[in-house]
Design a protein around this ligand. Structure first.
Ligand code: AMP
Length: 485
C-alpha cells in the first residue's frame, strides 16, 4: 500500500524563498578586495539573484547550460549559487587553485557557456581564456581590485548585466535535475566531475542543519572560510540561506589577521575551514574576545589532536572534526561526542574528537576489505576501505568512464580512505588507500605518524611520504633494464 502524502520536489527555490520571505532583514557581510566590508540584506540579495537569472536568459544560456564561477566567497557568488540552479542551469564552481591544464580540462569537459570572474582573480585565468572551447561570455565582477582587463577578449560587467532586469520567477519541477557541479582533484589523472541534484543539495542542507551535525540555525553568524568552490563550502552557504543565519564572506581577505578580525568584529558563531587555516588563525586570536564562537567545524584532512587541543586551551572550544568528500556533498560524518562519551575521561574524549566521527543522519558508512570486498566488523580494529551510500552521495561521475573503479557492485561509493569503525559507530580514518605505507609486513598509517610528529610543540605541519626501500628500487631498476636512478 502506498502512502497518501503530497509529493513536492525537493528543490533549491524553496531554500531561496525562505531567506527572501522570512529573513529579508538579515544577510551577508562581504570583505572586498579593498578591505571594506559590504553589507547586503537577504532581501537585497534575493532581488539581485532574481535579476541575475533573467540576465542569464538574456545572454542566451541554454536551459541546462553550465554557469561557471571563478570567485572568492562573496555575496555575489551566493547570487550565482542560486540564480543558476533556480533557473534550471547548472552552477559550476571552478577551483581557483587548480593547475592551469586541469582548469582548461574541466571548463571544456563541463562545456561551460559563461564564466563569472572576480576582478582580483582575472590574472590567474587570463592566460587560459583562449583554451576554453565552449565559453561564449566572460563576466567580470568588480571587487575593487585594480586588475586590468586582459586584451583580446570581451568582458561584460556584472552590475551592468543585472541592472534594470525584471525579477525571474523560479520553478523546478524535477528534483533530480542537476543543480551544480564540482570537480574532484583527489586522484591521479584528470579531475572527475560530481553533478549534484536539487534533491541531493536540499537533503544535504537539512543534514547540515541537524542539531547533531553542524546544527546550522537562524541565530548563527557563519564564516565559511572553506571556499565556495570546495564541495559547496561544505553546505554552509545553502544551510545559511535556508536557516536565515547571517553569513560573513571573507572574499579575498584570507590572511589569519583578517579572518581573526572578522570572527571578533562580526561576532561569528560558526567558522569552518581546513586545519591549516586554523593553525594560522589561532595566534591571531590570542587575547581577543572569541566568546561568540560556538563551533569550529574542520575537515578536508585529518585534524591534528594538538591543534584541536590548542583551541580548547586558548578559546575553551575544541575543533569539531567532520569528514567528507566532493563526492559526498561533502558532509558525511562528524565527531560530535554522544552523551555517553561526554562521561569518559578527558584523554578518551580528546581521542574521540581526533576521529572522523559518526555518520550524519541520511548517510550510511561501512568498511570493506580492500582485496575481497568483504564488509568488515565495527570492532575498532578491522581496517578497510571506507564506503558511503545515501541520497547526497554520488552514484557516478559526469561523463567519465573511470566510474567503475569508484563504485561497488551494490552501488556504494569507494572513498579511497582506509578506516576503522568502533562498536559505537565512530569512524577513524587511518589512511588513504594510496598512502598506506607497508614496512616489514606491517601497515603504517602516515596519518598517525603525522599526528605524532605534529604533537611536538616545535612542529606546525608534517607530511609523511612513503619511499620504497632500496632493495625494491634496485629490483624495479632491474626490471626496467637500467641501473641508474
Ligand atoms: P575532497 O574531495 O577534495 O574534499 O577530498 C576528500 C578527501 O579528503 C577524503 O577522501 C579524505 O581523504 C580527506 N578528508 C576530508 N576530511 C577529512 C578528515 N576529517 N580527516 C581525514 N581526511 C579527510
Amino acid at each position: 500500500m502506498l502512502g497518501t502524502m503530497q509529493e513536492r520536489p525537493l528543490a533549491l527555490p524553496h531554500i531561496f524563498e525562505r531567506a527572501e520571505r522570512f529573513f529579508c532583514h538579515k544577510g551577508i557581510v562581504t570583505a572586498t578586495a579593498t578591505g571594506d566590508r559590504r553589507r547586503r540584506t537577504y532581501g537585497e540579495w534575493a532581488e539581485r539573484t532574481r535579476r541575475l537569472a533573467t540576465a542569464l536568459d538574456d545572454l542566451g544560456i541554454s536551459a541546462d547550460g553550465r554557469v561557471a564561477t571563478f570567485c572568492w566567497n562573496t555575496d555575489v557568488h551566493l547570487e550565482l549559487y542560486f540564480a543558476a540552479p533556480c533557473s534550471g542551469r547548472v552552477l559550476h564552481t571552478l577551483n581557483i587553485r587548480l593547475f592551469p591544464e586541469q582548469l582548461t580540462y574541466i571548463v571544456n569537459h563541463a562545456e561551460d557557456e559563461v564564466i563569472f570572474i572576480d576582478r582580483s582573480l582575472l590574472g590567474l585565468i587570463a592566460p587560459l581564456l583562449d583554451s576554453f572551447v565552449t565559453v561564449r561570455h566572460l563576466v567580470v565582477i568588480d571587487d575593487g581590485a585594480p586588475t586590468p582587463l586582459p586584451e583580446g577578449h570581451e568582458f561584460l560587467d556584472y552590475e551592468e548585466l543585472i541592472a534594470g532586469k525584471a525579477p525571474a520567477v523560479f520553478a523546478i519541477d524535477d528534483e533530480n535535475r542537476a543543480a551544480s557541479m564540482c570537480y574532484t582533484s583527489g586522484t591521479t589523472g584528470n579531475p572527475k566531475g560530481v553533478l549534484y541534484t536539487h534533491r541531493s543539495t536540499y537533503l544535504h542542507t537539512m543534514g547540515a542543519m541537524l542539531a547533531d551535525s553542524v546544527g546550522v540555525c537562524e541565530s548563527d553568524v557563519i564564516l565559511p572560510v572553506v571556499p565556495m568552490f570546495h564541495a559547496n563550502a561544505w553546505g554552509l552557504a545553502h544551510a545559511g540561506v535556508a536557516s536565515g543565519a547571517d553569513l560573513v564572506m571573507p572574499g579575498p581577505q584570507m590572511t589569519p589577521p583578517a579572518l581573526a578580525d572578522m570572527i571578533v568584529e562580526e561576532k561569528v558563531t560558526l567558522a569552518a575551514g581546513v586545519p591549516t587555516i586554523w593553525m594560522g588563525v589561532l595566534p591571531a586570536l590570542e587575547g581577543r574576545d572569541t566568546s561568540s564562537l560556538r563551533a569550529i567545524p574542520c575537515g578536508g584532512s585529518a585534524v591534528p589532536k594538538a591543534l584541536s587541543e590548542a583551541y580548547r586551551e586558548q578559546l575553551g572550544l575544541p575543533i569539531l572534526q567532520a569528514w567528507g568528500m566532493t563526492e559526498t556533498s561533502p558532509l558525511a560524518s562528524i565527531a560530535k561526542l554522544t552523551s555517553a562519551m561526554e562521561g569518559l575521561s578527558e584523554e578518551a574524549r580528546i581521542d574521540l574528537r581526533a576521529a572522523q566521527g559518526m555518520a550524519v543522519m541520511g548517510v550510511e558508512l561501512r568498511i570493506a576489505d580492500q582485496v575481497t570486498g568483504e564488509v568488515l566488523a565495527w570492532d575498532g580494529e578491522s581496517q578497510g576501505e571506507l564506503q558511503a551510500a545515501g541520497p547526497w552521495i554520488a552514484a557516478d561521475y559526469y561523463n567519465d568512464d573511470r566510474a567503475s573503479q569508484s563504485f561497488t557492485e551494490d552501488g556504494w561509493l569507494r572513498t579511497g580512505d582506509v578506516a576503522v569503525i568502533t562498536p559505537e559507530g565512530f569512524v577513524r580514518i587511518v589512511d588513504r588507500t594510496k598512502d598506506v605505507v607497508k614496512s616489514g609486513g606491517e601497515w603504517i598509517s602516515s596519518v598517525e605518524l603525522e599526528n605524532e610528529i605534529m604533537a611536538h610543540p616545535k612542529v606546525a605541519e608534517a607530511a609523511v611520504i612513503g619511499v620504497p626501500p632500496p632493495e625494491v628500487v634496485r629490483a624495479a631498476d632491474g626490471l626496467r633494464g637500467g641501473g641508474r636512478r
